[in-house]
Write a new protein. Structure first.
Length: 498
């Protein structure tokens, strides 16, 4: 994300905030907890409502500011592996781009992150070729070679490095990956709409690069576009790509952040989520206009609350003002926001959701970059992956709720006959809250239509969750109606086993 034109993104995100549809805030609530939380009810039906399959993943940005993460935290591979991320995303930029001149290469910074990532999880990351080597651009960051053949040749050498025994030989000698573990998934460029490529130019780049890579390794899979998305962009950017792409596409990828302004209220942040859903619908609508693309799934390969960062000197990259870390990426706010996003995007057909990024600060990280300590966001993402594993995915159950605007409900039937009902409380305590406490809700879940169960448990993530150990599930005896309280911003997972 850091190499996007975030000042532009900020303005576009601000324009997009009005797309949320309806207010997400309460008119006072119970002060983020209290002794008398508002009571709501959710009734689960046995009627099924289609599949739900969202794979959870995370991201790294190999560059000179991130490359020491595994050196600082030798045990982080274990923490990362426990998360069980799907096709971990690698976005090498700056000195993480290994070709330094037309005849020289340096893989050191890239490999400091890539090799540890290859050793964990599914051993199958998505390597996003985010940018070209610096010498391929002019002073205005436009490609010198408008045919993109030089960039395609660079991509071919990357494939040879990781996937071909012995790698490749350049003027400065041989280069080959030490692990020998091949990389199957490749993303073709990062956020072209923020990086000087219009949709026609990007289509030409994609059509040049993918066949060149296929000539080296026909088994590769490709994620196209990876948009820096905002409300209305899909219908602007995708038509030229959909009509003009001739190379193979396995996934259409996009990115969603709720804001680029730390001062935005909690209500404003939550109100952006319906806009994400609208964009996903527009992407699928565009893909359906071309028979060859109708089965292509959508992945969200970057997602977090706030896209801003310190560009140097304590200055916001988005706003040019003093940068302020947005703590909502790792507080109880996140325990309401990310499950809400996960549920809404999954219901819209998204098949993968990537956290940006794994080792960072309290705004972005699932773990702390300097210490490797888990943050609340780690446990939220971990339990979303555990409760809704994909594969194999699950089947949505229909439901009704007395408070859809503030409680996100996700009930599914799993293949083993168990039922998981997620309820995320994003009720806002006060309209002016920024990283506020949320408003407590007492939720009665009626499962009488589902028959009998032999056992049940309730796992809650909120402001009281242990960062080092995560939440602990409590036994909850199955009954026709089951009630629990969400003490402000929180998510609860009710699991019922036959």
């Amino acid at each position: 994300m850091k190499n996007g034109l975030l000042a532009v993104l900020c303005a576009l995100l601000l324009a997009a905030l009005g797309c949320g549809g309806g207010t997400m805030g309460s008119s006072g609530g119970s002060g983020g907890g209290g002794s008398n939380p508002a009571s709501e009810s959710v009734v689960i039906s046995k009627i099924t409502h289609g599949p739900f399959a969202v794979a959870m993943s995370t991201s790294f940005q190999p560059a000179e500011w991130d490359d020491q993460f595994f050196a600082l935290n030798p045990s982080a591979t274990g923490t990362l592996g426990t998360l069980a991320p799907h096709h971990i995303r690698l976005q090498g930029i700056s000195r993480g781009v290994p070709q330094t001149t037309a005849s020289t290469w340096d893989f050191g910074i890239l490999e400091a992150i890539t090799q540890p990532v290859l050793s964990v999880g599914d051993h199958s990351p998505e390597f996003q070729i985010a940018v070209a080597p610096a010498f391929m651009y002019d002073a205005n960051h436009n490609f010198v070679d408008g045919t993109y053949q030089s960039f395609a040749a660079y991509a071919q050498d990357l494939v040879r490095y990781y996937n071909i025994p012995g790698g490749f030989t350049a003027t400065d000698g041989p280069h080959a990956s030490l692990s020998g573990i091949p990389i199957t998934w490749w993303g073709i460029y990062n956020e072209p709409n923020f990086n000087n490529l219009n949709s026609t130019q990007y289509t030409n780049l994609y059509n040049a690069v993918v066949p060149a890579m296929q000539a080296v390794d026909p088994s590769l899979k490709y994620a196209a576009i990876e948009l820096g998305d905002y409300f209305g962009l899909a219908n602007q950017f995708l038509p030229a790509f959909v009509s003009g792409v001739t190379a193979h596409v396995d996934v259409l990828a996009t990115h969603f952040y709720s804001t680029c302004t730390q001062k935005d209220s909690d209500t404003t942040i939550f109100s952006t989520v319906p806009g994400f859903v609208t964009e996903v619908g527009d992407i699928y609508a565009q893909l359906r206009t071309k028979p060859a693309l109708t089965a292509v799934p959508v992945w969200v390969t970057e997602n977090n609350v706030n896209a801003d960062y310190d560009k140097g000197g304590g200055i916001s990259a988005c706003n040019g003002t003093t940068f302020v870390t947005d703590q909502r990426g790792s507080t109880a706010f996140f325990a309401a926001w990310r499950p809400y996003v996960f549920s809404q995007l999954g219901k819209a057909g998204v098949q993968a959701l990537y956290h940006w990024d794994f080792g960072a600060d309290q705004q972005y990280g699932e773990v702390d970059y300097n210490t490797g300590a888990r943050q609340l966001s780690y446990w939220v993402d971990y339990w979303l992956g555990q409760m809704f594993p994909s594969p194999p995915g699950a089947t949505l159950l229909q439901y009704t709720s007395t408070d859809d605007p503030e409680l996100e409900t996700l009930p599914v039937l799993r293949a083993d006959g168990s039922v998981v009902i997620m309820v995320a409380n994003h009720a806002v305590n006060a309209a002016s809250d920024n990283n506020g406490p949320g408003a407590a809700r007492s939720v009665q879940v009626d499962v009488s239509a589902l028959g009998s169960f032999s056992s049940g448990s309730l796992l809650t993530i909120d402001k009281n969750t242990s960062l080092s150990n995560g939440p602990t599930a409590a036994v909850m005896m199955p009954a026709k109606q089951m009630t629990f309280t969400l003490d402000g911003y929180a998510v609860a997972f009710l699991t019922l086993k036959p």
